[in-house]
Design a protein around this ligand. Structure first.
Ligand code: SAH
Length: 247
């Protein structure tokens, strides 16, 4: 037996490609994201009462991870990409049914050219992700203070992000078109979005895209703040080297 579902909407997020997407919801909160309703679900009544909730559950299709040959064990990035766990013990997009689940902050509801939009914050969704369902987050049932986090007990470590002399004016120019762009780049890159299996990452040049921008970056060193260390001490960071428009 199989069951057929249709998308009730499509996500619009700053993430046009896989590498820029945060690995879980809520890790980046400077995104301008929304879900636009479509088809039979694009109606005002379907949303009535939703504005009284601060957060929603979003059920979606990992439409860019649709592979026939899913495997029962996967290598989560949190384990460095070399240790395996069962796919049901992971949040990997490659699953028997490629269905994703994210809890997201609800920022507001609007209508744009006849389409209802649910504005969200903290998306870990590819731009264009098909949405299957939306449900309110119920704190009394869904927030569990005694829960255990398996191999992922705390949010991943973040690195500071700096902008090179070339990138800084490019950022200021682009920031007119994209709200909170500086913070978005800091939030996304601080999580080191390169593949976990790169062993020579200190030497590499990386590139990710956000909205319609191409962001080039590399690992670097920065002088530590006066309050945290002796003058002249350095700490690892990420340096943005160039920001250009995607053609
Ligand atoms: N919170 C969700 C997703 C966790 S995995 C869940 O637990 O089900 C997050 C990763 O999913 C992102 O880093 C990105 O690589 C991937 N992803 C997001 N949207 C996707 C899509 N539409 N198709 C394929 N992969 C996607």
């Amino acid at each position: 037996m199989s069951y057929e579902f249709f998308p009730i909407g499509t996500a619009s997020t700053p993430y046009p490609e896989k590498f820029s997407i945060p690995r879980q919801p809520g890790l980046v909160t400077s995104d301008q994201s929304y879900i636009e309703l479509q088809g039979d679900a694009n109606r005002e009544e379907i949303l009535r009462g939703l504005e009284n909730f601060s957060h929603i559950w979003v059920v979606f299709v990992f439409h860019h991870a649709m592979r026939d040959n899913w495997k029962p064990m996967v290598r989560p990035p949190r384990l460095g990409g070399n240790e395996k766990v069962g796919v049901f013990a992971s949040r990997s997009p490659f699953r028997p049914n490629p269905i994703g689940l994210s809890v997201l902050k609800l920022k507001g509801i609007s209508s744009h050219q006849g389409r209802w939009r649910i504005h969200i914050e903290g998306a870990d969704l590819l731009n264009g992700t098909p949405i299957l369902d939306i449900k309110p987050y119920l704190p009394y049932a869904d927030s569990l203070s005694n829960a255990q986090g398996g191999f992922a007990t705390a949010a991943p470590e973040r690195l500071p992000v700096i902008f090179s002399a070339t990138a800084e004016p490019q950022l200021q120019k682009a920031a007119g078109d994209f709200i909170q762009l500086r913070q978005l780049i800091i939030d996304v890159l601080g999580q080191q979005p390169q593949p976990a299996y790169h062993s020579d990452k200190q030497k590499r040049q990386y590139g990710i895209s956000l909205y319609t921008l191409n962001i080039r970056w590399q690992y670097s060193q920065m002088e530590q703040g006066f309050d945290t260390a002796a003058p002249g001490a350095f700490e690892p960071c990420i340096e943005v080297t160039e920001i250009t428009q995607i053609d």
